[in-house]
Design a protein around this ligand. Structure first.
Ligand code: LLP
Length: 421
Protein backbone atom coordinates (compact mmCIF):
# COMPACT_ATOMS: atom_id res chain seq x y z
CA UNK A 1 0.00 0.00 0.00
CA UNK A 2 1.15 3.53 -0.65
CA UNK A 3 -0.13 7.05 -0.20
CA UNK A 4 -0.39 8.11 -3.85
CA UNK A 5 -4.11 8.15 -4.53
CA UNK A 6 -6.57 10.12 -6.62
CA UNK A 7 -8.55 12.51 -4.47
CA UNK A 8 -11.30 14.58 -6.10
CA UNK A 9 -10.02 13.54 -9.50
CA UNK A 10 -6.38 14.54 -9.04
CA UNK A 11 -3.39 12.43 -8.05
CA UNK A 12 -2.12 13.32 -4.59
CA UNK A 13 1.01 12.48 -2.67
CA UNK A 14 -0.55 12.06 0.77
CA UNK A 15 -2.61 15.27 0.96
CA UNK A 16 -0.66 17.27 -1.61
CA UNK A 17 -1.84 17.42 -5.24
CA UNK A 18 1.01 16.29 -7.47
CA UNK A 19 0.19 18.98 -10.04
CA UNK A 20 0.82 21.64 -7.39
CA UNK A 21 4.31 20.28 -6.79
CA UNK A 22 4.92 20.24 -10.55
CA UNK A 23 3.89 23.91 -10.73
CA UNK A 24 6.31 24.75 -7.92
CA UNK A 25 9.39 22.76 -8.95
CA UNK A 26 8.92 22.04 -12.67
CA UNK A 27 9.09 18.63 -14.31
CA UNK A 28 10.44 16.01 -14.21
CA UNK A 29 10.87 15.35 -10.48
CA UNK A 30 10.77 12.63 -7.86
CA UNK A 31 8.31 12.83 -4.98
CA UNK A 32 8.39 10.61 -1.88
CA UNK A 33 5.76 9.98 0.76
CA UNK A 34 6.88 10.01 4.40
CA UNK A 35 3.88 7.94 5.50
CA UNK A 36 4.70 5.22 2.96
CA UNK A 37 8.37 5.09 3.92
CA UNK A 38 7.48 4.77 7.59
CA UNK A 39 4.72 2.25 6.96
CA UNK A 40 7.08 -0.06 5.07
CA UNK A 41 9.81 0.22 7.68
CA UNK A 42 7.29 -0.53 10.42
CA UNK A 43 5.93 -3.56 8.56
CA UNK A 44 9.41 -5.09 8.59
CA UNK A 45 10.09 -4.08 12.15
CA UNK A 46 6.83 -5.66 13.30
CA UNK A 47 7.40 -8.77 11.19
CA UNK A 48 10.40 -9.57 13.38
CA UNK A 49 8.79 -8.56 16.68
CA UNK A 50 9.83 -10.79 19.54
CA UNK A 51 13.20 -11.61 17.94
CA UNK A 52 16.22 -9.48 18.78
CA UNK A 53 16.57 -7.68 15.44
CA UNK A 54 17.58 -4.59 13.52
CA UNK A 55 16.17 -3.44 10.18
CA UNK A 56 19.09 -1.87 8.32
CA UNK A 57 17.66 0.06 5.37
CA UNK A 58 19.73 -0.62 2.23
CA UNK A 59 20.27 3.03 1.47
CA UNK A 60 21.52 2.37 -2.05
CA UNK A 61 17.81 2.29 -2.96
CA UNK A 62 17.28 5.99 -2.13
CA UNK A 63 19.84 7.87 -0.13
CA UNK A 64 18.63 11.45 0.17
CA UNK A 65 19.45 12.87 3.60
CA UNK A 66 15.79 13.59 4.33
CA UNK A 67 14.81 10.00 3.57
CA UNK A 68 17.62 8.64 5.76
CA UNK A 69 16.68 10.97 8.59
CA UNK A 70 13.01 9.97 8.35
CA UNK A 71 13.92 6.30 8.70
CA UNK A 72 16.67 6.81 11.26
CA UNK A 73 14.26 8.71 13.51
CA UNK A 74 11.95 5.69 13.33
CA UNK A 75 14.81 3.51 14.57
CA UNK A 76 16.22 2.10 11.34
CA UNK A 77 19.84 1.11 10.97
CA UNK A 78 21.56 1.47 7.59
CA UNK A 79 23.27 -0.91 5.23
CA UNK A 80 26.02 1.01 3.40
CA UNK A 81 28.18 -0.10 0.49
CA UNK A 82 30.66 2.75 0.08
CA UNK A 83 32.46 5.46 1.96
CA UNK A 84 30.00 7.89 0.43
CA UNK A 85 27.04 6.02 1.84
CA UNK A 86 28.77 5.72 5.21
CA UNK A 87 29.24 9.49 5.27
CA UNK A 88 25.65 10.07 4.22
CA UNK A 89 24.37 7.79 6.99
CA UNK A 90 26.50 9.58 9.59
CA UNK A 91 25.44 12.99 8.27
CA UNK A 92 21.78 12.00 8.65
CA UNK A 93 22.41 11.19 12.31
CA UNK A 94 22.51 7.39 12.16
CA UNK A 95 24.48 6.08 15.14
CA UNK A 96 27.64 4.16 14.16
CA UNK A 97 26.47 1.05 15.98
CA UNK A 98 23.52 0.86 13.60
CA UNK A 99 25.59 1.02 10.40
CA UNK A 100 26.51 -2.18 8.60
CA UNK A 101 29.17 -2.08 5.86
CA UNK A 102 28.49 -4.40 2.90
CA UNK A 103 30.06 -4.60 -0.54
CA UNK A 104 32.58 -6.68 -2.44
CA UNK A 105 35.22 -4.00 -3.03
CA UNK A 106 35.78 -2.04 0.16
CA UNK A 107 38.96 0.01 -0.19
CA UNK A 108 41.58 0.56 2.52
CA UNK A 109 40.38 4.16 2.86
CA UNK A 110 36.77 3.05 3.32
CA UNK A 111 37.76 0.47 5.92
CA UNK A 112 39.75 3.10 7.85
CA UNK A 113 36.86 5.55 7.64
CA UNK A 114 34.46 3.06 9.20
CA UNK A 115 36.91 1.88 11.85
CA UNK A 116 37.56 5.47 12.86
CA UNK A 117 33.92 6.54 12.83
CA UNK A 118 32.57 3.32 14.31
CA UNK A 119 30.67 0.47 12.73
CA UNK A 120 28.21 -2.21 13.76
CA UNK A 121 29.95 -4.76 11.57
CA UNK A 122 31.65 -5.32 8.25
CA UNK A 123 30.10 -7.95 6.01
CA UNK A 124 33.28 -9.42 4.55
CA UNK A 125 33.11 -10.85 1.06
CA UNK A 126 36.53 -12.36 0.33
CA UNK A 127 39.76 -13.56 1.86
CA UNK A 128 41.85 -10.65 0.53
CA UNK A 129 39.33 -8.26 2.10
CA UNK A 130 39.60 -10.18 5.36
CA UNK A 131 43.39 -9.84 5.31
CA UNK A 132 43.24 -6.10 4.61
CA UNK A 133 40.64 -5.55 7.30
CA UNK A 134 42.70 -7.49 9.83
CA UNK A 135 45.88 -5.57 9.00
CA UNK A 136 44.09 -2.20 9.05
CA UNK A 137 42.37 -2.87 12.36
CA UNK A 138 45.61 -4.03 13.99
CA UNK A 139 47.47 -0.97 12.71
CA UNK A 140 44.75 1.16 14.30
CA UNK A 141 44.89 -0.84 17.52
CA UNK A 142 41.34 -1.94 17.24
CA UNK A 143 39.30 -5.01 16.43
CA UNK A 144 36.79 -5.11 13.55
CA UNK A 145 33.51 -6.95 14.15
CA UNK A 146 32.71 -9.04 11.08
CA UNK A 147 30.30 -11.44 9.54
CA UNK A 148 31.35 -13.35 6.46
CA UNK A 149 29.02 -13.22 3.48
CA UNK A 150 28.41 -16.70 2.19
CA UNK A 151 27.18 -17.43 -1.28
CA UNK A 152 24.64 -20.22 -0.83
CA UNK A 153 24.39 -21.10 -4.54
CA UNK A 154 20.64 -20.58 -4.66
CA UNK A 155 18.72 -19.43 -7.71
CA UNK A 156 16.85 -16.30 -6.66
CA UNK A 157 14.70 -16.49 -9.83
CA UNK A 158 14.98 -12.79 -10.49
CA UNK A 159 16.48 -10.65 -13.29
CA UNK A 160 20.03 -11.86 -14.03
CA UNK A 161 21.51 -8.40 -13.36
CA UNK A 162 20.21 -8.36 -9.78
CA UNK A 163 20.69 -12.02 -8.76
CA UNK A 164 23.63 -12.41 -6.39
CA UNK A 165 23.37 -15.82 -4.74
CA UNK A 166 24.54 -18.16 -7.50
CA UNK A 167 28.08 -19.51 -7.56
CA UNK A 168 28.79 -17.62 -10.80
CA UNK A 169 28.08 -14.27 -9.10
CA UNK A 170 30.90 -12.17 -7.68
CA UNK A 171 29.43 -12.01 -4.19
CA UNK A 172 30.47 -13.73 -0.98
CA UNK A 173 32.45 -16.85 -0.23
CA UNK A 174 31.19 -20.20 -1.55
CA UNK A 175 29.28 -21.81 1.28
CA UNK A 176 31.24 -25.00 0.65
CA UNK A 177 34.43 -23.19 1.74
CA UNK A 178 32.88 -21.37 4.68
CA UNK A 179 34.28 -23.56 7.48
CA UNK A 180 37.81 -23.14 6.17
CA UNK A 181 37.45 -19.36 5.84
CA UNK A 182 35.92 -19.01 9.33
CA UNK A 183 38.84 -21.04 10.71
CA UNK A 184 41.24 -18.62 9.04
CA UNK A 185 39.32 -15.56 10.28
CA UNK A 186 39.51 -16.85 13.85
CA UNK A 187 43.32 -16.73 13.67
CA UNK A 188 43.32 -13.01 12.81
CA UNK A 189 43.67 -10.81 15.91
CA UNK A 190 42.27 -7.73 14.13
CA UNK A 191 38.93 -9.45 13.55
CA UNK A 192 36.11 -10.55 15.78
CA UNK A 193 33.85 -12.97 13.95
CA UNK A 194 30.27 -12.55 15.13
CA UNK A 195 28.07 -14.18 12.54
CA UNK A 196 27.05 -14.90 8.98
CA UNK A 197 25.77 -12.68 6.18
CA UNK A 198 23.79 -13.73 3.12
CA UNK A 199 22.01 -11.80 0.36
CA UNK A 200 20.78 -13.70 -2.67
CA UNK A 201 19.32 -11.01 -4.90
CA UNK A 202 16.76 -8.31 -5.36
CA UNK A 203 13.09 -8.15 -6.42
CA UNK A 204 12.37 -11.71 -5.27
CA UNK A 205 8.68 -12.44 -5.59
CA UNK A 206 8.73 -15.86 -3.95
CA UNK A 207 9.86 -16.88 -0.46
CA UNK A 208 11.20 -20.28 -1.59
CA UNK A 209 14.71 -19.13 -2.60
CA UNK A 210 15.04 -17.18 0.67
CA UNK A 211 13.95 -20.23 2.62
CA UNK A 212 16.42 -22.44 0.78
CA UNK A 213 19.24 -20.02 1.54
CA UNK A 214 18.26 -19.51 5.18
CA UNK A 215 18.09 -23.26 5.81
CA UNK A 216 21.65 -23.50 4.54
CA UNK A 217 22.60 -20.63 6.85
CA UNK A 218 20.95 -22.42 9.80
CA UNK A 219 22.95 -25.59 9.13
CA UNK A 220 26.13 -23.59 8.73
CA UNK A 221 25.50 -21.71 11.99
CA UNK A 222 25.30 -24.98 13.90
CA UNK A 223 28.36 -26.36 12.17
CA UNK A 224 30.39 -23.23 12.94
CA UNK A 225 29.24 -23.25 16.56
CA UNK A 226 30.41 -26.83 16.80
CA UNK A 227 33.75 -25.62 15.41
CA UNK A 228 33.94 -23.20 18.33
CA UNK A 229 32.93 -19.93 16.68
CA UNK A 230 30.71 -17.39 18.35
CA UNK A 231 27.61 -17.03 16.17
CA UNK A 232 25.51 -14.24 17.64
CA UNK A 233 24.23 -12.41 14.57
CA UNK A 234 22.75 -13.37 11.21
CA UNK A 235 22.44 -10.73 8.50
CA UNK A 236 19.86 -11.99 6.02
CA UNK A 237 20.27 -9.30 3.36
CA UNK A 238 17.40 -7.66 1.52
CA UNK A 239 15.62 -8.57 -1.64
CA UNK A 240 11.91 -8.92 -0.94
CA UNK A 241 10.15 -7.73 -4.11
CA UNK A 242 7.36 -5.22 -4.58
CA UNK A 243 4.36 -5.23 -6.91
CA UNK A 244 5.37 -3.10 -9.91
CA UNK A 245 2.37 -3.78 -12.09
CA UNK A 246 -0.86 -3.41 -10.25
CA UNK A 247 -2.40 -6.39 -12.00
CA UNK A 248 0.60 -8.55 -11.10
CA UNK A 249 0.53 -11.32 -8.57
CA UNK A 250 1.43 -9.71 -5.25
CA UNK A 251 4.81 -10.70 -3.76
CA UNK A 252 4.84 -12.09 -0.20
CA UNK A 253 4.26 -9.62 2.62
CA UNK A 254 6.93 -8.71 5.16
CA UNK A 255 4.84 -10.61 7.73
CA UNK A 256 5.08 -13.82 5.62
CA UNK A 257 8.80 -13.20 5.31
CA UNK A 258 9.10 -12.71 9.08
CA UNK A 259 7.23 -15.95 9.74
CA UNK A 260 9.60 -17.78 7.42
CA UNK A 261 12.61 -16.28 9.20
CA UNK A 262 11.27 -17.53 12.54
CA UNK A 263 10.59 -20.95 11.05
CA UNK A 264 14.04 -21.39 9.56
CA UNK A 265 16.29 -19.54 11.98
CA UNK A 266 14.29 -18.74 15.11
CA UNK A 267 15.61 -21.74 17.08
CA UNK A 268 19.22 -20.51 16.87
CA UNK A 269 18.79 -17.61 19.27
CA UNK A 270 20.77 -15.28 17.02
CA UNK A 271 20.18 -11.58 16.62
CA UNK A 272 18.66 -11.04 13.14
CA UNK A 273 19.50 -8.22 10.78
CA UNK A 274 17.74 -7.55 7.50
CA UNK A 275 18.64 -5.10 4.76
CA UNK A 276 15.53 -4.20 2.77
CA UNK A 277 15.90 -1.35 0.28
CA UNK A 278 13.31 -1.63 -2.45
CA UNK A 279 10.45 -2.67 -0.20
CA UNK A 280 10.92 0.39 1.98
CA UNK A 281 11.50 3.01 -0.71
CA UNK A 282 10.10 1.57 -3.96
CA UNK A 283 6.42 2.30 -3.63
CA UNK A 284 7.15 5.40 -1.56
CA UNK A 285 8.19 7.39 -4.63
CA UNK A 286 6.86 8.60 -7.98
CA UNK A 287 8.65 10.16 -10.89
CA UNK A 288 6.46 12.83 -12.42
CA UNK A 289 6.95 13.96 -16.00
CA UNK A 290 5.19 16.13 -18.58
CA UNK A 291 4.16 15.03 -22.05
CA UNK A 292 6.04 17.12 -24.62
CA UNK A 293 4.60 15.67 -27.82
CA UNK A 294 2.22 13.00 -28.94
CA UNK A 295 3.85 11.82 -32.16
CA UNK A 296 2.13 9.55 -34.64
CA UNK A 297 4.53 7.02 -36.06
CA UNK A 298 3.99 4.22 -38.49
CA UNK A 299 1.50 1.94 -36.81
CA UNK A 300 2.19 3.38 -33.39
CA UNK A 301 1.88 6.55 -31.36
CA UNK A 302 4.73 7.83 -29.24
CA UNK A 303 4.31 9.78 -26.04
CA UNK A 304 7.47 11.84 -25.85
CA UNK A 305 7.86 12.97 -22.25
CA UNK A 306 10.37 15.24 -20.54
CA UNK A 307 11.71 12.46 -18.26
CA UNK A 308 14.30 10.17 -19.79
CA UNK A 309 16.48 7.13 -19.20
CA UNK A 310 19.04 9.29 -17.42
CA UNK A 311 16.37 10.15 -14.82
CA UNK A 312 14.95 6.61 -14.40
CA UNK A 313 17.12 3.94 -15.94
CA UNK A 314 15.34 0.81 -14.72
CA UNK A 315 13.26 0.16 -17.87
CA UNK A 316 16.31 0.57 -20.14
CA UNK A 317 18.58 -1.45 -17.87
CA UNK A 318 16.40 -4.28 -16.59
CA UNK A 319 13.40 -4.18 -18.93
CA UNK A 320 11.59 -3.11 -15.76
CA UNK A 321 7.88 -2.32 -15.76
CA UNK A 322 6.59 0.82 -14.04
CA UNK A 323 2.90 1.66 -14.03
CA UNK A 324 2.49 5.05 -15.73
CA UNK A 325 -0.66 6.91 -14.79
CA UNK A 326 -2.13 10.31 -15.66
CA UNK A 327 -2.04 12.89 -12.89
CA UNK A 328 -5.65 13.84 -13.67
CA UNK A 329 -7.85 10.87 -12.91
CA UNK A 330 -9.34 9.36 -16.06
CA UNK A 331 -13.12 9.28 -16.10
CA UNK A 332 -14.38 5.78 -15.32
CA UNK A 333 -14.71 3.70 -18.46
CA UNK A 334 -12.65 6.18 -20.53
CA UNK A 335 -11.40 4.60 -23.74
CA UNK A 336 -7.72 3.59 -23.79
CA UNK A 337 -5.11 4.14 -26.45
CA UNK A 338 -1.82 2.35 -27.07
CA UNK A 339 1.40 4.34 -26.77
CA UNK A 340 5.13 3.81 -26.79
CA UNK A 341 6.30 6.02 -23.94
CA UNK A 342 9.76 7.45 -24.57
CA UNK A 343 12.12 10.16 -23.38
CA UNK A 344 14.05 12.74 -25.40
CA UNK A 345 17.50 11.08 -25.09
CA UNK A 346 19.12 10.19 -28.37
CA UNK A 347 18.99 6.42 -28.24
CA UNK A 348 16.25 3.91 -28.81
CA UNK A 349 16.93 2.42 -25.38
CA UNK A 350 15.33 5.55 -23.95
CA UNK A 351 12.00 3.77 -23.93
CA UNK A 352 9.92 3.41 -20.77
CA UNK A 353 7.15 1.27 -22.19
CA UNK A 354 6.03 -0.23 -25.47
CA UNK A 355 2.42 -0.53 -26.57
CA UNK A 356 1.22 0.61 -23.16
CA UNK A 357 -2.53 1.07 -22.83
CA UNK A 358 -3.26 4.51 -21.40
CA UNK A 359 -6.23 6.82 -21.26
CA UNK A 360 -5.68 9.34 -24.08
CA UNK A 361 -3.14 12.01 -23.14
CA UNK A 362 -2.18 15.28 -24.75
CA UNK A 363 0.84 17.53 -24.87
CA UNK A 364 1.19 19.34 -21.53
CA UNK A 365 -0.42 16.55 -19.48
CA UNK A 366 1.41 15.20 -16.46
CA UNK A 367 2.08 11.49 -15.98
CA UNK A 368 3.43 9.70 -12.92
CA UNK A 369 5.67 6.63 -12.84
CA UNK A 370 4.68 4.54 -9.88
CA UNK A 371 7.12 2.51 -7.77
CA UNK A 372 10.01 4.79 -8.70
CA UNK A 373 11.22 5.49 -5.16
CA UNK A 374 13.89 2.78 -5.13
CA UNK A 375 16.81 2.77 -7.57
CA UNK A 376 15.37 5.81 -9.33
CA UNK A 377 17.02 9.10 -8.30
CA UNK A 378 20.14 7.29 -7.04
CA UNK A 379 20.82 5.75 -10.45
CA UNK A 380 20.23 8.93 -12.42
CA UNK A 381 22.89 10.75 -14.42
CA UNK A 382 23.32 13.89 -16.47
CA UNK A 383 23.55 12.06 -19.80
CA UNK A 384 22.68 14.38 -22.68
CA UNK A 385 23.51 17.25 -20.28
CA UNK A 386 20.18 16.92 -18.57
CA UNK A 387 20.61 18.21 -14.99
CA UNK A 388 19.68 15.79 -12.18
CA UNK A 389 16.01 16.16 -11.42
CA UNK A 390 14.78 17.45 -8.05
CA UNK A 391 13.56 15.32 -5.18
CA UNK A 392 10.58 16.35 -3.06
CA UNK A 393 9.37 14.90 0.23
CA UNK A 394 5.75 15.09 1.31
CA UNK A 395 4.42 14.72 4.83
CA UNK A 396 0.70 15.11 5.25
CA UNK A 397 -0.28 18.37 3.59
CA UNK A 398 3.23 19.79 3.39
CA UNK A 399 6.03 19.27 0.90
CA UNK A 400 9.64 20.32 0.68
CA UNK A 401 12.33 20.16 -1.98
CA UNK A 402 14.96 17.82 -0.54
CA UNK A 403 17.35 18.13 -3.49
CA UNK A 404 16.97 21.10 -5.79
CA UNK A 405 17.41 20.94 -9.52
CA UNK A 406 20.88 22.27 -10.33
CA UNK A 407 20.99 25.24 -12.66
CA UNK A 408 22.57 24.77 -16.06
CA UNK A 409 25.45 26.98 -14.92
CA UNK A 410 26.03 24.81 -11.86
CA UNK A 411 26.16 21.77 -14.09
CA UNK A 412 28.50 23.32 -16.63
CA UNK A 413 30.74 25.02 -14.11
CA UNK A 414 31.63 21.75 -12.40
CA UNK A 415 33.89 21.17 -15.38
CA UNK A 416 37.24 22.93 -15.29
CA UNK A 417 39.29 24.02 -18.25
CA UNK A 418 43.07 23.46 -18.05
CA UNK A 419 45.14 26.62 -17.94
CA UNK A 420 46.92 25.61 -21.12
CA UNK A 421 43.74 25.37 -23.15
N1 LLP B 1 21.81 -5.90 0.79
C1 LLP B 1 22.73 -6.07 -0.18
C2 LLP B 1 24.03 -6.65 0.16
C3 LLP B 1 22.42 -5.70 -1.50
O1 LLP B 1 23.33 -5.88 -2.46
C4 LLP B 1 21.16 -5.16 -1.81
C5 LLP B 1 20.81 -4.74 -3.17
C6 LLP B 1 20.24 -4.99 -0.76
C7 LLP B 1 20.60 -5.38 0.52
C8 LLP B 1 18.87 -4.42 -0.96
O2 LLP B 1 18.08 -5.19 -1.80
P1 LLP B 1 16.55 -4.82 -2.01
O3 LLP B 1 15.84 -5.05 -0.70
O4 LLP B 1 16.47 -3.40 -2.43
O5 LLP B 1 16.09 -5.74 -3.07
N2 LLP B 1 19.28 -1.38 -9.21
C9 LLP B 1 18.51 -2.61 -9.17
C10 LLP B 1 18.57 -3.30 -7.82
C11 LLP B 1 19.98 -3.61 -7.35
C12 LLP B 1 20.04 -4.25 -5.99
C13 LLP B 1 21.44 -4.33 -5.50
N3 LLP B 1 21.61 -4.84 -4.17
C14 LLP B 1 17.08 -2.30 -9.58
O6 LLP B 1 16.78 -1.16 -9.89
O7 LLP B 1 16.25 -3.19 -9.64
Amino acid sequence: MDHFLYKNGVLCAEDVPVAGIAAAVGTPFYVYSTATLLRHFTLFDEALEGIDHLVCYAMKAASNQAILKTLAQAGAGMDVVSGGEYRRAKAAGVPADKIVFSGVGKTAAEIRLALEGGIRQFNVESEPEMALLDATARAMNTVAPITIRVNPDVDAKTHAKIATGKSENKFGIPISRAREVYRLAATMPGLRVIGIDVHIGSQLTDLAPFEQAYRKVADLTEMLRADGHEMMRLDLGGGLGIPYARDNQAPPLPSDYGAMVRRTLGHLGCEIEIEPGRLIAGNAGLMVSEVIYVKSGEGRDFLIIDGAMNDLIRPAMYEAWHDIIPVVEPVPGAEQAKYDIVGPVCESGDTFARERMMPPVASGDLVAFRSAGAYGAVMSSEYNSRPLIPEVLVRGDQFAVIRPRPTFDEMINRDTIPEWL
